[in-house]
Ligand binder design. Structure first.
Ligand SMILES: CC(C)(COP(=O)(O)OP(=O)(O)OC[C@H]1O[C@@H](n2cnc3c(N)ncnc32)[C@H](O)[C@@H]1OP(=O)(O)O)[C@@H](O)C(=O)NCCC(=O)NCCS
Length: 196
């Protein structure tokens, strides 16, 4: 079992559990077809977001394999919710996990996604003790590929038309990062450990 200490701070961001009051801010991007095109759900309405915040997005700690912790990403300077990230605990025996990330496009192009996922890698490797963390990306999702590569993930596989996803065959790129690679290559240490 591992329970991260919240909030998690980076230079510009704060990661914390989602709250019912986040639903409106999440609606601004989760209702946009272009934003959710490559994530595992379709456009969401307010009721759908509220329901998820109350259920599957309410997990705040890792108790067993298959648990997924979804966190709000807040801009520290304004307190605005700019996106959310998720860490899935895929396998206890293999000590593996997977990351997911999504930003409100109004806050894109600032390095926020990479900064937030970097903090999530610290949760996975340092906190949960994972050995390997992956990102599975639709090969058309070049912005997501750039995030993974910027964080040092290795391109491991191109699974041609391996997934029937949103009514079409999808080619999935598998990116992975091992704990020793993360430590050796000097993981971007963006977490601000100063007291708030
Ligand atoms: C994937 C996604 C989160 C990437 O967002 P993003 O804004 O491109 O990523 P970042 O926040 O890390 O920002 C990176 C960009 O900011 C730029 N940038 C500007 N200021 C920066 C700074 N201070 N520090 C770092 N990067 C900075 C980088 O150069 C980079 O631009 P580039 O990609 O053109 O090279 C976003 O496109 C998204 O939400 N997509 C929809 C959901 C989705 O598909 N998620 C992934 C599913 S696998």
């Amino acid at each position: 079992m591992y329970a991260p200490e919240y909030p998690i701070r980076t230079d510009r961001l704060l990661l914390r559990p989602l709250e019912p009051g986040d639903a409106e801010a999440m609606l601004a991007y989760k209702s946009l077809p272009d934003v959710v095109r490559y994530v595992p759900y379709g456009t969401l309405d307010l009721a759908g977001i509220e329901e998820r915040i109350a259920t599957r997005w309410s997990t705040t700690r890792f108790e067993k394999q298959d648990d997924a912790v979804c966190l709000a990403v807040e801009e520290r300077s304004t307190g605005r919710l700019v996106g959310d990230v998720v860490l899935f605990w895929r396998s206890e025996s293999d000590r593996s996990g997977e990351v997911g990330y999504i930003l409100d496009p109004r806050f894109g192009g600032r390095g926020y996604a990479a900064e937030a996922v970097s903090a999530l890698l610290e949760v996975g490797f340092d906190g949960l003790g994972l050995h390997r963390i992956t990102a599975r990306i639709d090969e058309r999702n070049s912005a997501s590929v750039r995030v993974a590569e910027r964080l040092g993930f290795r391109h491991e596989a191109r699974l041609v038309e391996s997934s029937w996803f949103k009514e079409e065959w999808t080619t999935v790129l598998v990116y992975a990062l091992l704990e020793q690679e993360w430590r050796r290559d000097g993981a971007p240490r963006v977490r601000d450990r100063r007291p708030s």
